[in-house]
Structures are given as structure tokens and as C-alpha cells.
Design a protein around this ligand. Structure first.
Ligand code: SF4
Length: 97
């Protein structure tokens, strides 16, 4: 089955190295440390910003298999939103099964 990689529609984590004007410019991000902890694993702080300016990040992988959008450790949502939740950068589209 052909799958389309979901896009990161917006990300409010301004101090991430890949973030410019609430957009994520990594080629793709990975979500999830624990099954029900949808933290952005790609986040890191840096004084310089990187990524590819023309690119809006996709969700390359997601380990939060307690999410109803997760199938075989991949995200099936059409797009996701990322932002701070309880002091960590999280996938805000996460929906517990
Ligand atoms: S919506 Fe669910 S499956 Fe998709 S990235 Fe977020 S936590 Fe993972």
C-alpha cells in the first residue's frame, strides 16, 4: 500500500535548530520515545538554525504506538502539529487509542 508521508503543518518550538517562523525545516522528523509519550526526537537546541529552507518536514517515523494514527510505527495522519506540552516538544495531534 502506498503511504503518503504526513507533514509537520506547524511547530511552535522556536528554539529548535530546525525551526524558522513556526515551520520545521528538517527533511523528516521522528516522534516518540515511549508508546504514549509523543515527544519530538529530532528537536535539539542550537544558536544556529539549519535544515532545508524550501522543505516542510515530514514525519519519517513514529514510535508512539499508543496513538490511534499509528500503524506499524508509522503515522497515518494527513498532517501533524508540534508544540510544547508539559515542558517538552510534543506531537499535539497524538490521540490515545
Ligand atoms: S499523530 Fe500519532 S502517529 Fe502521528 S506522529 Fe503524532 S503521535 Fe505519532
Amino acid at each position: 500500500m502506498a503511504m503518503k508521508m504526513p507533514k509537520v503543518m506547524d511547530c511552535s518550538v522556536a528554539d529548535c535548530a530546525y525551526n524558522t517562523n513556526k515551520a520545521c525545516h528538517a527533511m523528516a522528523i521522528t516522534i516518540g520515545e515511549d508508546p504514549d509519550e509523543p515527544v519530538c526526537d529530532t528537536f535539539f537546541e542550537s544558536s544556529t538554525h539549519g535544515g532545508v529552507k524550501e522543505v516542510t518536514a515530514g514525519v519519517g517515523a513514529c514510535k508512539s504506538y499508543e496513538c490511534s494514527y499509528n500503524e506499524d510505527y508509522e503515522c497515518t495522519a494527513s498532517n501533524i502539529h508540534v508544540g510544547m506540552k508539559e515542558d517538552q516538544p510534543d506531537c499535539l495531534t497524538f490521540e490515545r487509542r
